[in-house]
Design a binder for this molecule. Structure first.
Ligand SMILES: [Ca+2]
Ligand SMILES: [Ca+2]
Length: 88
């Protein structure tokens, strides 16, 4: 199912979500942290968090380091929303 309407979140909300997902506090979200993120957003069945994390990185990783920084996080969120996940 494709969700056409992407709901932009306030920048401060994005920063809050980003910080809560960055478990080791290094300022970037690695694949492991993204897997946890997608799990929390509703990708619960086996294999799906890994799949979404990899797709999300492909969609949002602008500088090619396979990690998501704050500047790239907006696109990662758009990807998650386009998949129908609810961010809270
Ligand atoms: Ca991190
Ligand atoms: Ca990156």
């Amino acid at each position: 199912m494709v969700q056409n309407v992407l709901v932009p979140l306030p920048q401060q909300k994005l920063v809050d979500i980003f910080k809560s997902l960055d478990k080791n506090g290094d300022g970037v979200l690695c694949q492991r942290e993204l897997k946890q993120a997608f799990k929390g957003w509703g990708a619960w069945f086996p294999g799906m968090p890994t799949y979404r994390a990899n797709r999300g990185i492909s969609a949002a990783d602008a500088n090619g380091d396979r990690r998501i920084n704050e500047a790239e996080f907006g696109d990662l969120v758009k990807y998650a929303l386009s998949c129908g996940y609810k961010l809270n």
